[in-house]
Design a binder for this molecule. Structure first.
Ligand code: SAM
Length: 242
């Protein structure tokens, strides 16, 4: 007999990623992605995280809320295989799963408790607003398996070189005070080559949204070229992730 479970968010994640496009496909690939988890009542008491600050990393269990309800198939086409070959959904980290649950490790920078309870993190691969269902400490001697085989994702992905136009370099400089990590984050995100696997048009211009900035870029061969960094809310102070 099957039981049913009801899962309620225990927190909400805030990140620079305002849309799926451009989010690295796994955590840690963009270490300058600063993020935070704000615990929700009744979990937003400091007792809930007592002892957690002695760990450098945490596991986040979360809902793929933006694709939940979009269904699932027994096989998927991972970007890592060029978007052509199929593997089983349970051999993948696809967001389209029978239960829309995700699992990411993140570096824990600190815990603030002045206004509620907020975990400061970095290196996440999660959309702003992602519901967090659970948080657990990362335990290196259990969770790290250096001899493990990585199947069809053995090793980090190849990365692109990132170059800046004068206009983009000047624009990012103007936002330095508000987001000192913005230039590094842009480089980390574009180096991952956010384009869908089947697209290779050096003339095509793309936009990735980080915070309230629209990062315009093109990709030619192994090089990403940042064309501009456009502030989409110039009258509003950008929402910090933390
Ligand atoms: N590390 C997690 C895992 O293995 O379960 C997530 C891997 S999944 C391939 C990462 C991608 O999920 C990101 O590149 C982004 O496109 C997507 N994503 C992130 N947050 C999401 C959310 N809240 N809802 C739907 N998709 C999301």
């Amino acid at each position: 007999m099957h039981s049913t479970y009801s899962l309620q968010p225990i927190g909400i994640l805030h990140s620079p990623y305002r849309e799926k496009f451009g989010i690295p496909r796994q955590p840690g690939l963009a270490p300058h992605a600063l993020a935070s988890v704000t615990l929700l009542p009744p979990y937003n008491q400091i007792d809930s995280v007592r002892g957690l600050d002695s760990f450098s990393h945490v596991w986040l269990i979360f809902a793929f809320h933006q694709t939940a309800g979009h269904g699932w198939r027994p096989t998927v086409r991972p970007p890592r295989l060029g978007g052509n070959a199929r593997v089983g959904v349970f051999a993948s980290r696809s967001t389209f799963r029978p239960n829309p649950l995700g699992l990411s490790v993140a570096e824990l920078l600190g815990i603030d408790s002045e206004h509620g309870v907020v975990l400061r993190l970095r290196g996440v691969d999660l959309l702003d607003g992602t519901p967090i269902l659970d948080i657990k400490p990362y335990i290196p001697f259990v969770d790290s398996q250096p001899q493990a085989r990585g199947g069809f994702v053995d090793g980090p992905p190849a990365t692109l070189a990132v170059e800046w136009s004068a206009a983009a370099a000047a624009a990012v400089q103007r936002h330095q005070a508000q987001h000192p990590e913005l230039a590094a984050l842009i480089e980390e995100v574009l180096a991952q080559d956010p384009r869908p696997a089947y697209q290779d048009n050096p003339a095509r211009e793309y936009g990735v949204h980080l915070y309230n900035y629209n990062i315009r870029f093109r990709i030619d061969g192994q090089r990403a070229y940042v064309l501009d960094v456009i502030d989409t809310c110039p009258h509003v102070q950008g929402t910090p992730a933390g």
